[in-house]
Write a protein that binds this ligand. Sequence first.
Ligand code: PNS
Length: 162
Amino acid sequence: MARAHVTLYPGSFDPPTNGHLDLIERGAKLFDRLIVAILRNEGKTSLFSVEERMEMLRESVKHLANVSVDSFDGLLVRYASDQGARVILRGIRAVSDYEFELQMALMNRKLEPGLETVFMLPGEAYSYLSSRLVKEIYRLGGDVGHLVPAVVVDRLKAKGSI
Ligand code: PNS
């Protein structure tokens, strides 16, 4: 039997949003196995710990049999090679995402020519959604229930004011 193609969907996911979930669901239909990979970035202050983000993502993707959640540190291309992944999946919401994504994809290709980056578009309803805005809206007392999975709303409430 041919080996399953592994695809990585890397990111910060602080917190995961409905836009991330939309892309994961689209990716799960296209790829044999999808690993959602959270960057362990000690240098960046985050609202949720990596473990909290793993729990929220695992809860949100439990209906998808070919999707798993993991974390990584160091170079993405190295983690991809450790996992036997041949594809990196990234979402592009708007033109403004493109420049950063292009730079990252080309640099990753330079580092590891065998690894392809595939871009997908989330549903239009999520094109303005970001983890940063979710945190800002929640901090200012706005409703984020329609922007993130229910488990994220629960975890935000459990944190109280952020
Ligand atoms: O959700 P984000 O913050 O846009 O995700 C960015 C991420 C995690 C994909 C990117 O920062 C990354 O891959 N970091 C790992 C370190 C690395 O490989 N850096 C070189 C990238 S060209």
